[in-house]
Design a binder for this molecule. Structure first.
Ligand SMILES: Nc1ncnc2c1ncn2[C@@H]1O[C@H](COP(=O)(O)OP(=O)(O)OP(=O)(O)O)[C@@H](O)[C@H]1O
Ligand SMILES: CC(=O)N[C@H]1[C@@H]2OC[C@@H](O2)[C@@H](O)[C@@H]1O[C@H](C)C(=O)O
Length: 401
C-alpha cells in the first residue's frame, strides 16, 4: 500500500481528526482558516474549533483576482498562472497560521480547501444550450499539499456538478449533519458576498431539507463602496447606508430580476449581481443623481428584502422557525434590523455562535466537515435531486509528494 493511502486509512479510522478548513469567499477579504477537531462522522459528527483566523488578502491579491473574477472575458494566461499562485499562497498562509498557533503540521490529518471561485454559471444563467452547469475554483490543492506537507482535499464543487447539481450551495451537507434539531425548525442563513440558506425541518426528515442561494448579500454594497470610497472595503456598521434614504423606484427595479422568480433551489453569483446590475436599474429609473448614501441605503434594503422573501418562504413551510445567521452580513446592524422587521413569522434571529460555531468561521468549518465525510463518512445522509442535493462524496485528494 502506498504510504499516503495508508496514512489516510489510519486517519479515517481514528475517533477524531485534526482538519484545517479553508474558505476564500466571493468578498475577497481574506482566507478563512479554521483548525477543527472533528470527532466521528455523519450524524455523529462533533466539531471543536480549536483555532480560527481570517488571513487578510493584500491589495496585490485583490487586484490580480479582480482581473478575472466573475468576468466573462479575461486573460486566459492570467487564469492559468493564478491557479498555482493562489494555491501556493493559501499553503503559505496555512504554514503561517500553524507557526503562530505553534502546531506541528505533522499532527494535522488533512486540509480541506474550497479554493477561490472565479466564475459560477448554472444553466439558468448562461445562454449555451449545449452546456450544463459550471463553476470554477482556482487555488490548486497540489500546491497547498506540497507547500504545507499536509494531504489536501479540495475542489469539492465539481462532483456536485458531475452528479447534476449546480455546484452549490454545499453548506447544506454540513448544516444537516451538524445543525439539525429534533426540537425546532431551523434556517441556517449565511450572508457573505452572496446570501444562501439551508432549511432544516424539526423532525430531522432529510427529505424536507432544502438549500438555495438567495441573491446578493454584501456583494453589490461592497463593490459600490470600493468604487466610491477609496480605501474602504465595505460599509462598516452600515454607517453610509444609515445616512441615506431608500429610493423606492430604484429598489423595485433592483428586485425585479428573473432570478428572484425562479423557485428554490437555485444558485447565482457576482456574475449577475454587480455594479452593472445596479447601473442598469439606475438607468431604468433615472436615479443616477442619487447620493452615495441614498444608493447604499437602497442597496441595503434590496439585500434585506430578497433575504426576507426567502426566509418568509421558509416560515410558510414550518411554524416557529429560528434563523441562525453567519457570514459578514451579521455585522451589518441595518441589515439585521431590517430582516427582523420584514420577517414577523420568524420566531427568533440568532447566530451560529448560539450553536457553538463562530459565525465568521462557519463556512471554513463546513468544508472541514465535507473533507471528514470524504475520509470517514460511511454513508450518504442527504440525497434529493429535486432539491439540488446530490448524494455524492465530494473532494479530490492531493498528496504532499
Ligand atoms: N462590521 C461590518 N459592517 C458591515 N459589514 C460587514 C462588517 N464586517 C463584515 N461585513 C461584510 O461582510 C463581508 C464579508 O463576509 P464574508 O467573509 O462572510 O464573505 P465571503 O465568505 O467572502 O462570501 P461568500 O460566502 O458569498 O463566498 C464584507 O465584505 C462586508 O460586506
Ligand atoms: C460558486 C460559489 O463559490 N458559491 C458560493 C457563494 O458564496 C455563497 C454562495 O455563493 C454559496 O452558494 C457558495 O458558497 C457556500 C459556501 C456553499 O456552497 O454553500
Amino acid at each position: 500500500m502506498h504510504p499516503h493511502i495508508k496514512a489516510l486509512y489510519n486517519s479515517a479510522q481514528k475517533p477524531s481528526r485534526l482538519i484545517i478548513g479553508l474558505m476564500s469567499g466571493t468578498s475577497l477579504d481574506g482566507l478563512d482558516v479554521a483548525l477543527c477537531k472533528v470527532t466521528g462522522a455523519g450524524l455523529n459528527t462533533h466539531i471543536e474549533v480549536l483555532n480560527f483566523t481570517t488571513v487578510d488578502y493584500n491589495d496585490d491579491y485583490k487586484t490580480k483576482i479582480k482581473q478575472v473574477f466573475a468576468k466573462r472575458e479575461c486573460d486566459l494566461e492570467l487564469v492559468t498562472l493564478l491557479h498555482p499562485w493562489v494555491g501556493k499562497l493559501h499553503g503559505d498562509m496555512v504554514n503561517q497560521c500553524l507557526h503562530t498557533w505553534q502546531i506541528n503540521p505533522a499532527n494535522i490529518d488533512v486540509i480541506a480547501s474550497h479554493g477561490q471561485t472565479i466564475y459560477h454559471c448554472p444553466q439558468s444563467q448562461h445562454n449555451h444550450k449545449s452546456f450544463n452547469n459550471g463553476t470554477l475554483q482556482i487555488g490548486d490543492s497540489d500546491q497547498i499539499a506540497v507547500t504545507t506537507g499536509i494531504t489536501t482535499i479540495g475542489d469539492f464543487r465539481q462532483k456536485h456538478i458531475a452528479a447534476g447539481g449546480e455546484g452549490a450551495p454545499l453548506a447544506v451537507y454540513g448544516d444537516y449533519l451538524y445543525f439539525s434539531s429534533a426540537i425546532e425548525s431551523r434556517v441556517l442563513l449565511n450572508m457573505g458576498g452572496i446570501a444562501n440558506l439551508t432549511f432544516l425541518p424539526k423532525n430531522g426528515d432529510a427529505n424536507g431539507v432544502f438549500s438555495s442561494d438567495i441573491g446578493p448579500g454584501n456583494t453589490i454594497m461592497d463593490a459600490y463602496v470600493q468604487q466610491h470610497f477609496i480605501g474602504l472595503h465595505y460599509d462598516d456598521g452600515a454607517k453610509i447606508a444609515k445616512a441615506g434614504k431608500v429610493n423606492t423606484p430604484l429598489l423595485n427595479a433592483l428586485c425585479n430580476n428573473a432570478f428572484f422568480k425562479l423557485p428554490m433551489p437555485k444558485t447565482t453569483g457576482p456574475e449577475v449581481f454587480n455594479l452593472a446590475y445596479l447601473n442598469a436599474a439606475q438607468q431604468l429609473t433615472n436615479t443616477h443623481h442619487l447620493s452615495h448614501e441614498d444608493i447604499m441605503a437602497t442597496l441595503n434594503t434590496f439585500t434585506a428584502t430578497v433575504i426576507a422573501n426567502a426566509l418568509n418562504e421558509c416560515a410558510e413551510r414550518a411554524q416557529n422557525c429560528v434563523v441562525y445567521a453567519s457570514g459578514g452580513g451579521i455585522h451589518n446592524p441595518l441589515l439585521m434590523a431590517q430582516l427582523t422587521a420584514l420577517c414577523p413569522r420568524i420566531k427568533a434571529f440568532k447566530n451560529t455562535d448560539d450553536l457553538g460555531i463562530n459565525p465568521d468561521a462557519k463556512e471554513a468549518v463546513l468544508f472541514a466537515i465535507l473533507a471528514n465525510e470524504c475520509l470517514a463518512g460511511e454513508q450518504q445522509h442527504l440525497s434529493n435531486t429535486a432539491q439540488g442535493i446530490a448524494g455524492v462524496t465530494m473532494g479530490k485528494v492531493s498528496f504532499a509528494d
